[in-house]
Design a binder for this molecule. Structure first.
Ligand code: CAA
Length: 291
């Protein structure tokens, strides 16, 4: 990957478009409006999802005001800057569009092909993919050079890192804009190459995959979950899997296994847990019951 790009090349962002109104997208939409102070428009498959995302952001802004972090005036102003829509033509004047839709290559490709019909040819496109190839996500675009990976971590408000994925087709203006936007969001940005899992998920998938494999090969969940308690991790492996989302976690493991079958495990149990929705009941202190 290239070193730091020339900041002078960065495009000025005057309006942000967010595709997807799920928890990850809503969390970073909040960050965009708070730190860039520009209009942020959010879309999803239907009005109910859009409304849920906008309501989350409005509630979080109200909570910031409740904690005294922003004034009532600022809260009102930020809330007014966030709008929801199911009409993609509302993205026409966005100069930065970022997506966090379902982690499937075809879905992400289609989302970008559709949005490209509505935006300027030099508007920047960003994907929050956690492990898919950014090059492949942009493969059907008329202007793939304006697509960059922009990978947030959960919880977005707290985790300081963004991986800026420099795909082979990403041009300098796009990379520069991504770095400047990340700095405005007050995040530490690192430029990674476009390889499966980039850096962080490659390492986390190893940790979580090995933890899951230990369970799959007979060590009880609760033993695996707490075995690393004294090794300085901020969360146990299965707490982290639940934070990331079991379905997302299973998908990330599968992507790594497909890319590096000799280095990453698949776990049928993880897929079963993802269907079930949670790992195990925990007691009031958050410890897995029975441990
Ligand atoms: N959402 C929003 N804010 C949260 C939060 C959450 N889930 N959890 C904690 N916070 C906030 C708290 O509100 C608090 O904020 P204030 O100071 O403003 O009140 C602040 O974080 C600290 O809270 P705690 O004292 O409870 O924090 P903690 O010391 O227990 O740390 C943690 C919480 C930061 C989440 C920590 O446990 C941690 O770093 N965990 C690891 C998280 C991680 O590895 N994330 C990456 C997952 S991989 C991923 O996301 C990428 C992917 O593609 C799959």
């Amino acid at each position: 990957p290239a070193g730091a790009p020339d900041k002078a090349l960065a495009k000025k962002i005057t309006k942000v478009g967010v595709i997807g109104a799920g928890l990850m997208a809503s969390q970073f939409a909040l960050l965009f409006v708070r730190r860039l102070q520009v209009p942020v428009v959010i879309t999803d498959l239907d009005q109910a999802r859009v409304d849920k995302g906008v309501a989350y952001i409005h509630d979080e802004i109200a909570a910031l005001e409740g904690k005294g972090r922003i004034t009532q005036d600022e809260a009102n102003r930020l809330q007014a800057l966030v709008t929801g829509t199911t009409d993609k033509s509302d993205f026409a004047d966005c100069d930065w569009v970022i997506e966090a839709v379902f982690e499937e290559l075809g879905v992400k490709q289609d989302v970008f092909v559709e949005i490209e019909k509505h935006i300027a040819p030099d508007a920047i496109l960003a994907t929050n993919t956690s492990s898919l190839s950014v090059e492949k996500i942009g493969a059907k675009l008329a202007h793939p050079e304006r697509l960059v990976g922009f990978h947030f971590f959960n919880p977005v408000a707290v985790m300081p890192l963004i991986e800026v994925v420099n795909a082979p087709q990403t041009n300098e203006v796009t990379l520069s804009t991504a770095m400047v936007v990340a700095a405005k969001l007050r995040k530490n940005a690192v430029i990674t190459s476009d390889s499966p899992g980039f850096v962080v998920n490659r390492v986390l998938a190893k940790l979580l995959g090995e933890a899951m494999h230990a369970v799959d090969t007979g060590t009880p969940f609760e033993v695996v979950d707490h075995a690393l308690d004294s090794f300085g991790l901020p969360m146990t492996p299965f707490e982290l899997l639940e934070l990331v989302g079991l379905k997302v976690g299973a998908h990330v493991l599968d992507t790594h296994h497909a890319a590096f079958p000799d280095r990453f495990f698949e776990s049928e149990n993880l897929h079963k847990l993802a269907e079930y929705g949670k790992i195990l009941e925990r007691d009031v202190k958050g410890k897995i019951k029975g441990f």
